[in-house]
Design a protein around this ligand. Sequence first.
Ligand SMILES: Cc1cc2nc3c(=O)[nH]c(=O)nc-3n(C[C@H](O)[C@H](O)[C@H](O)COP(=O)(O)O)c2cc1C
Length: 201
Amino acid sequence: MDNKPFRILALAGSLRQGSYNQGLLRAARELAPNWVEVSFFDLGTLPFFNEDLEATDDPTVVHQFKDAIAHADAVLIATPEYNGMVPGVLGNAIDWASRPTGQSVLRNKPVAVMGAVLGKSGSIHAQTALRGALKRIGAVIVPDPQVLVPHASRLFDEHVNLRDEKTREDIRRLIEAIAHWCQRIKPDRSDSALSGADWSR
Ligand SMILES: Cc1cc2nc3c(=O)[nH]c(=O)nc-3n(C[C@H](O)[C@H](O)[C@H](O)COP(=O)(O)O)c2cc1C
């Protein structure tokens, strides 16, 4: 019996201290059942994508990034929206992960997206653009629930802990949906972390 945890790699589209999107991911780690392991990769460590850099071999940190995706059962992205678009830091990470074209580590990888912004869009424009890119790369997009978090500053405490119960419930449901999609596309995991999954916490 394989007792390995179900691994989710968490990526934030904001680097700032006090980021609400990093706060959403910390909430996901806190709310996940105990058989789910949520780990983080700091996208700020990646260089700007440049085909010259990958011409000989990927930089070490890019190898580490791709390995982290490859070893995860699923990826969970939390992103703000910058001028209606995906923030550059996240777009840059997706560019690296998309290569080599046709052989990306994101191919057939379940990916879920959520996002928080100060405005009223809840990050819908960034999420739509991101889903489109991920689909082109061949990722398996977890379609719902959509976790759109508008007016984020009202939902967190001074330590950037998510306090809003509805958003916390949305995140719980999203994690459940991620595991569900993994089970659909990777039934071999049904004898491990996903079997007898206890959703009670
Ligand atoms: C360059 C830039 C562009 C932004 N554009 C938008 C926007 O289009 N819509 C919006 O609701 N908020 C926008 N914001 C505000 C972000 O929602 C806010 O900074 C949010 O807290 C960023 O997420 P974070 O807390 O995870 O860093 C923008 C912020 C920056 C720095």
